[in-house]
Design a protein around this ligand. Structure first.
Ligand code: NCD
Length: 360
């Protein structure tokens, strides 16, 4: 199923050369932001945030304003017709007729793709549940390019809530496309990286290992990507409390790290990095958040200057088959086609909205 507009739902829908172009533009903008101050004069961006956000929403808005454009949108669906039961389909249809580009964040996986199916303008996924967060990944890649001067040959530790953290899912998919990047996943057995992401890493020829403690990994890392335990994605308070406070990066653990390791975090932090780390020159998370504006300026410019159609659904529609993931948009908005890809294994189908696999 094709859309005549260009969308960013998952970075993997684009070749690496496209990401590199966006990152290079982000570097240029960082050097001379004023040169781009009128590039989006007369353009409107809509931000539809169905889930809380500080950095992603404000950095998108700042990016558009710095490009000369204007913004509309909501950050609390309770104040919009969503509270009256309006579907993503209808909200998107209308808002995309007001704006030139639409940025959506939603608590359910696959929501951005669902929006793109009906939008009459470009849609950018600003986070869909625990699934993906491609614009955080562009921010992370820009930060690595500027601060580590490369995107390949890195040993990257990812620590914390790897099962629910959409930022690390998108980042793994992206970094595994570069040569010789190695991953060390630091988490409890309950919060391990999903199997489908590990399979993508292997298929892309990268390697990973899984460990339980920060101490055993930190000395080998070029980059440590800390994440918050995603309280809102746990089924019960008990399950969250059992994981809370498991990983805390502090000044003492930083003594075990390389002198040029950098610490990234998509933020917000809760208690997984103590404030004494903030003064360490290797703490790069606030700089990373600042670079998010340049990455998003570059993305908006790219999306508005290119005119490409997007193939949103490539698989087969099985209307009698239901995705097993309760947090998939197809189980919330029932008009959506039940579209699945075959996984290579005849007994497994992959949902085209949330990527979860289903045995048939
Ligand atoms: C992240 C998100 O929303 O996924 N934050 C962000 O976009 N900067 C990480 C998080 O909420 O833990």
């Amino acid at each position: 199923m094709f859309s005549e507009y260009q969308h960013l739902i998952d970075l993997s829908d684009y070749p690496v050369s496209w990401w590199k172009k966006v990152i290079e533009l982000g570097e240029k903008i960082k050097e001379n932001p004023k040169d781009f101050a009128h590039e989006c004069d007369g353009k409107i961006m809509a931000t539809l945030f169905y889930e809380p956000s500080t950095r992603t929403q404000m950095s998108f808005q700042t990016a558009m304003i710095r490009l000369g454009g204007q913004i509309i949108g909501f950050d609390n669906p309770a104040n919009s017709s969503v509270s009256k039961g309006e579907t993503i389909k209808d909200t998107t249809k209308i808002v995309s007729s007001y704006a030139d580009i639409l940025v959506i964040r939603h608590p359910v996986a696959g929501a951005a793709k669902a929006a793109a199916l009906t939008a009459d303008c470009s849609v950018i996924n600003a986070g869909d549940g625990g699934h993906l967060h491609p614009t955080q990944t562009l921010t992370d890649l820009l930060t690595l390019k500027i601060e580590k001067k490369k995107l390949s040959g890195l040993t990257i530790g990812m620590c914390g809530d790897l099962i629910n953290g959409r930022t690390v899912h998108s980042l793994c998919k992206a970094l595994s496309m570069f040569e010789n990047d190695k991953f060390i996943f630091i988490s409890t057995p309950e919060l391990r990286m999903p199997a489908y992401i590990k399979d993508i890493i292997k298929a892309n020829g990268s390697t990973f290992e899984e460990v339980d403690t920060l101490e055993e990994a930190i000395g080998n890392l070029d980059v440590l990507y800390m994440t918050r335990i995603q309280q809102e994605r746990f089924a019960s308070a008990e399950e969250y409390l059992a994981q809370k406070n498991t990983y805390v990066l502090d000044h003492r653990k930083m003594l075990l790290a390389k002198k040029d390791m950098i610490v990234l975090h998509p933020l917000p932090r809760v208690d997984e990095i103590t404030v004494d780390v903030d003064d360490d020159s290797r703490a790069m998370y606030f700089t990373q958040a600042k670079y998010g504006v340049f990455a998003r300026m570059a993305l908006i410019l790219t999306m508005l200057s290119e005119k490409k159609s997007t193939e949103l659904l490539k698989g087969k529609i099985y209307n009698a088959v239901k995705c097993d993931n309760p947090r998939c948009i197809t189980n919330h908005e029932h008009y959506l086609p039940k579209s699945f890809r075959s996984s290579g294994d005849e007994t497994l189908l992959e949902c085209e909205f949330c990527d979860e696999r289903k045995l048939i």
